[in-house]
Design a protein. Structure first.
Length: 188
């Protein structure tokens, strides 16, 4: 069975389980041909196939970022999509490959920032994660720090706390106490 036939929408499914299972199988077998086919399917005429393909790609990237890293330009181009699902899916994929392609992602920060400013919460959260990862690269830390602070000032407290906790969890050397306790819910 080909890749397109294994996607959730091709199977008549409305859940993500087939896409997650396909991503796990492709990542486990390191099937670069399947990844290439999925990238091609991002331009399919059927939006459901596009949505399933970006889902599978960023799920692969979550466990095997090197497998999708060479498609960084495809993901950056996808940010121009008028389809919100494709935008935040592309930003999710970029977040997954940031440490594989830091220079290309750093060079695209202007575009990423513009998309995040107008994008969904998922798009913004992934942009914040990209900034955190780039900050961990010494060559980009000084330039990325003010961009991260700018995002902090524009966002409600809780989503920022989630991003910080995620970063602290992913990087054992990160400070574990970077987010203060939630004082909004405490009584006086």
């Amino acid at each position: 069975m080909g890749i397109i036939e294994q996607l959730a929408s091709s199977l008549g499914r409305r859940d993500e389980v087939p896409n997650q299972e396909l991503a796990a199988a492709i990542a486990g077998s390191k099937d670069s041909g399947a990844v290439k086919e999925l990238v091609t399917l991002l331009q399919h005429k059927d939006k459901n196939i596009q949505h399933d393909s970006i889902k599978v790609l960023y799920e692969i990237g979550a466990v095997q970022p090197a497998m999708i890293a060479s498609y960084v330009k495809d993901f950056i181009a996808l940010l121009d999509s008028r389809n919100n699902r494709m935008q935040w899916g592309a930003m999710t994929a970029l977040q997954a490959i940031t440490m594989e392609q830091p220079a290309q992602i750093y060079d695209s920060l202007g575009k990423l920032a513009a998309i995040a400013d107008k994008g969904s919460v998922i798009t913004k959260d992934n942009y914040m994660s990209i900034l955190v990862k780039l900050y961990s690269v010494k060559a980009y830390a000084e330039a990325v720090y003010p961009l991260f602070n700018e995002q902090l000032l524009q966002r409600p407290r809780q989503p920022v706390a989630d991003v910080c906790r995620t970063h602290a969890t992913l990087h054992s050397d990160a400070p574990q106490n970077i987010v203060p306790p939630d004082t909004d819910s405490q009584t006086s």
